[in-house]
Design a protein around this ligand. Structure first.
Ligand code: NAG
Ligand code: NAG
Ligand code: NAG
Ligand code: NAG
Length: 633
């Protein structure tokens, strides 16, 4: 490629470079806790420099346009998803970026053979002495020490680049970052939230009572939700016929683990043909189905997800379990995304030691899984953060990756949270950005606020009501997570219905309480029952509540919609939001018009006719979804 560029251009560029002023590219404002500066680094020590190049088209508007092209039902390219190689190629840094950066380095006196470009074009690599690096980046390198662990780390405080190079470089390592591996994260001072760890404050289902007698009829769905009740509520009657081509992925974060004996206890009661059936385990970063600790806090989520998902898709359809993270380090959503897409591993610098599992882990899993897994058609996750737990740069990087999965034809589902307009553990925001139970500001949940995932809320069969009566927003034990993002703009697909909600049902809250700009992403997108699930946990049946329950149920239904399309030789449904919000799908959901999602000392938002930030568009009418999606291209 480079040889095609005329020499004239090269000469012109070289001339331009000599007059390009130096500008600061990055600066660290304070040292992380426990670290102190020890000495100036030795001038002849060698630094393995890595220049991370800017990817094209990863801004939200461009991603939405690309995704609409293959996901909007009116697009001529509907369903024409991208192969992973096309995604990698499209988002690879441009030849122009590679050329500009390598030319600049060579112009500064580094021999051609010392400069290398990674296969993905994501990185330019150069081994340079400290003295050479300090001259190149106009900076000084120091050695820092971490008192508690005795580890050392090399870094600079800030560095500069010529102005014409800045647009092409996302980040350079090692420079200002302190992503030094400190071993087991529990021992570090990091404030990260570990997904999967009981009590970590992430979404987890709630156990309300043990069940002594299970109702097998439809008369008691207001007291117990069984697979039979869900089939009646949403019209689920379907036997998969294209199962070999299809897949449903359920994601769990270690130490959460299912118990085989519990699956069989559930299957014996609700579908004996499944007794002995297990999900197909795909381990990510040392993920294990641990059997060391058994109680509801460790088994509730996985058992719930797998018992209902496997039963609803029937014994015909295999379910894949993505078990993410080892028992020492644990993991985060980024660790799964690394395994689903090899190009994500280094995208904008890769994993973040504050929030992600950093592998290889010296005291745990010795590998690092990048691109080891082919994503399932539907990937259902019942875990979540508060959006405010994470920086906008971090959430934007991850959200862009969900768009890429959508381009590849993957449906990504996330539970919307169980605390109404409050965050996990019921905390709300304070004006200074901190989160406490006394906070007054609504605290939306991530990844649900990412416009490129489908967020699933929770409903209930009202007390005393029949299975054919309209459901309400869930108001038993948990409240459906919903509201408006503080970080993501409203995507086109929901503009009409959300504006209509805000006009017809103006929320009675000041703009200091929630993002009242009328221009931010509203969630959830859809919902399903999340109350009174009969779940076998640790040898007993209990009643479980949560968007943790509704999400895999929606995942099971969408998996069978995919089955119907695959049987017709069509593509999987992929990113569903542009479709489900489109006028053609208006009749495909049971509109939920009663109930609210309290939190932060308020009643929250109100469910209403049409979309609402409590139950989204409503609950699925499964036969209608199969019919409408079978008609699409
Ligand atoms: C830098 O040095 C390391 C260790 O000698 C070597 O493995 C690597 O290939 C070198 N990288 C470049 C870009 O020369
Ligand atoms: C517990 O897990 C280990 C490792 O996954 C497995 O070898 C062992 O058989 C399990 N024990 C029981 C009682 O299931
Ligand atoms: C509201 O959301 C938008 C994104 O749509 C964001 O730019 C803005 O900062 C948010 N406002 C507040 C007060 O969080
Ligand atoms: C948001 O929409 C409501 C209802 O249409 C309107 O009253 C309000 O002024 C709008 N707010 C902004 C910031 O535009």
């Amino acid at each position: 490629m480079l040889s095609l560029i005329p020499l004239l251009t090269l000469a012109a560029l070289a001339a331009a470079q000599t007059i390009s002023p130096s500008v600061q590219h990055a600066k660290r404002h304070h040292l992380p806790g426990g670290w102190s500066r020890v000495r100036r680094h030795e001038p002849d020590a060698v630094l393995p420099l890595r220049f991370g190049l800017t990817q094209p088209d990863v801004d939200m508007n461009t991603l939405e346009a690309l995704l609409n092209d293959v996901s909007h039902p009116d697009s001529p390219n509907y369903g024409m998803h991208w192969a992973p190689a096309r995604v990698a190629e499209h988002f690879a840094p441009s030849d122009e970026a590679v050329h500009a950066v390598t030319s600049w380095i060579k112009e500064r006196g580094f021999a051609q053979e010392r400069v290398r470009v990674s296969k993905t074009k994501g990185w330019v690599m150069l081994n340079a002495s400290v003295a050479e690096t300090e001259a190149l980046l106009n900076t000084e390198y120091h050695v820092y020490a971490h008192e508690p662990s005795g580890k050392e780390h090399v870094a600079c405080d800030e560095y500069q680049l010529p102005a014409h190079i800045v647009p092409h470089i996302q980040m350079i390592q090692p420079t200002i970052d302190f992503n030094a591996i400190l071993g087991k994260r529990a021992a570090s001072t990091s404030t990260h939230i570990t997904l999967g760890q009981p009590g970590a404050g992430t979404v987890s289902p709630k156990l309300a009572a043990t069940v002594s007698a299970i109702f097998s009829d439809l008369d008691n769905c207001h007291q117990q939700i069984t697979p039979t009740c869900l089939r009646a509520l949403y019209g689920i009657s379907y036997l998969p016929i294209a199962a070999a081509k299809n897949s449903l992925g359920i994601v769990e974060y270690t130490p959460q683990a299912y118990r085989p004996t519990d699956l069989d206890m559930f299957f014996s009661e609700f579908d004996p043909t499944l007794v002995g059936a297990r999900p197909e385990l795909q381990s990510v970063d040392g993920g294990v189905v641990q059997n060391v600790t058994a109680n509801f806090g460790f088994n509730g989520e996985s058992n719930l997800d797998l018992e209902f998902a496997m039963t609803l898709v029937t014994a015909q359809q295999k379910v894949t379990l993505y078990q993410v993270g080892d028992l020492v380090m644990g993991a985060s959503f980024n660790n799964l995304l690394d395994a689903l897409d090899s190009t994500f591993c280094s995208f904008r610098g890769g994993d973040d030691p504050e929030n992600d599992g950093i592998y290889p882990d010296p005291s745990g899993y010795q590998g690092k899984d990048c691109g080891t897994i082919t994503p399932a058609n539907v990937v259902s996750t019942s875990y979540g953060y508060n959006e405010a737990d994470l920086s906008p740069a971090y959430t934007a990087r991850q959200c862009a990756e969900y768009a890429k999965l959508g381009l590849m034809g993957v449906t990504v589902l996330y539970s919307s949270g169980d605390n109404g307009v409050a965050g996990n553990s019921g905390v709300c925001l304070n004006p200074d950005g901190t989160q406490t139970t006394a906070g007054k500001i609504f605290n939306p949940s991530f990844p649900s606020t990412c416009p490129f995932v489908t967020a699933v809320g929770a409903t209930q069969v009202n007390p005393g009501a029949s299975v054919t009566d309209p459901e309400s927003a869930c108001a038993q034990v948990i409240f459906s997570g919903g509201g408006f993002s503080n970080q993501f703009a409203m995507p086109d697909y929901q503009k009409g219905v959300v504006t209509s909600y805000l006009t017809t049902n103006p929320p009675p809250y000041a703009s200091t309480i929630y993002n009242a700009t009328n221009a931010s992403r509203a969630f959830p997108d859809i919902s399903a029952n999340g109350a009174n699930y009969v779940v076998a946990v640790d040898g007993e049946f209990g009643l479980v509540f949560g968007t943790s329950a509704s999400t895999p149920v929606v995942g099971a239904m969408l998996t069978m919609v995919n089955d119907a399309r695959l049987a017709l030789g069509k593509s999987p449904i992929g990113f569903i939001n542009p479709t489900i919000y489109s006028p053609a799908f208006r009749g495909a959901f049971n509109d939920i018009t009663t109930g609210t999602n309290p939190g932060c000392g308020t009643v929250g938002f109100a469910a209403a006719t049409g979309f609402d930030p409590v139950t989204g568009l409503g609950t699925p009418k499964f036969p209608k979804l199969v019919e409408l999606w079978s008609q699409l291209k």
